[in-house]
Design a protein around this ligand. Structure first.
Ligand code: SF4
Length: 232
């Protein structure tokens, strides 16, 4: 086995992903991510108009002789002329029996951040962490190895005839060695990336190798997969 193959195949070890059977773990992760997003949004500066309230309010009846009950927006339209042109904006709050309407004077744009987004984000982070922790207590995360990459591949350079069939079938896995100096010897194949194709594609390339130079073994057990051993 060449050192190149050893090095490439060693990268297979430890490949995998964490999983838990408890959905609370995933719910917790999702809520936590959403909470972080809200929190980050809460720190984004936003330009917004700023108004200064005129201390003295006006009062508008919540009923109108022709329209019946009126909304706060309608009350604001009615109230605006009553500020004698000094109010740039009017907001009304319902009361009984009148709306209390305040005139506001525009003072310019200000930069603010969203405290409510920060609070929602913080609360969601807490809920997400709690859900993750509870789920983890019931079903801890375990490392699930990728079955797709449970094989070990190497090229037997003693019998490779460098016809590049494997390179054509799985070019991301096999390549021919580059020759920096002119040589009568053909460049041999080697494993450039053991994750460059599925196991089926790699096995097919090995089966098409005319000399059986591509050797595939089970990474866990070391058992020969291809080519089959004489008595296997
Ligand atoms: S198909 Fe086999 S003989 Fe041909 S280059 Fe690949 S490993 Fe070598």
């Amino acid at each position: 086995m060449s050192s190149d193959n050893d090095e490439q195949n060693s990268k297979r070890k430890g490949l995998g992903y964490f999983r838990s059977k408890d959905p609370l773990v995933y719910i917790g992760i999702i809520v936590l991510i959403m909470g972080i997003a809200f929190t980050v949004y809460g720190f984004v500066p936003i330009n917004t108009p700023n108004y200064q309230r005129i201390p003295q309010p006006v009062y508008i009846s919540i009923t109108n002789g022709t329209q019946g009950f009126i909304s706060a927006d309608q009350a604001a339209i009615i109230a605006k002329p009553l500020f004698n042109g000094t109010a740039d904006n009017v907001v009304c709050f319902s009361g009984s029996p009148d709306y209390t309407c305040y005139g506001e004077i525009f003072t310019g744009m200000v930069t603010v951040t969203s405290n409510s987004a920060k609070e929602y984000g913080g609360a969601m982070d807490a809920v997400g962490i709690a859900a993750f922790y509870l789920g983890y207590m019931y079903e801890p995360l375990t490392l699930k190895k990728r079955e797709l990459h449970s094989i070990r591949i190497r090229v037997d350079e003693d019998i490779c005839i460098a016809n590049a069939v494997c390179v054509e079938l799985a070019p991301k896995v096999f390549q021919l060695k580059k020759q920096n100096t002119p040589s009568l010897l053909a460049p041999l194949a080697y494993v450039v990336d053991p994750f460059g194709a599925s196991n089926d594609e790699i096995l097919q390339a090995a089966q098409m190798c005319p000399t059986g130079a591509i050797i595939i073994e089970d990474e866990e057990t070391g058992e020969r997969i291809h080519p089959p051993l004489p008595n296997g």
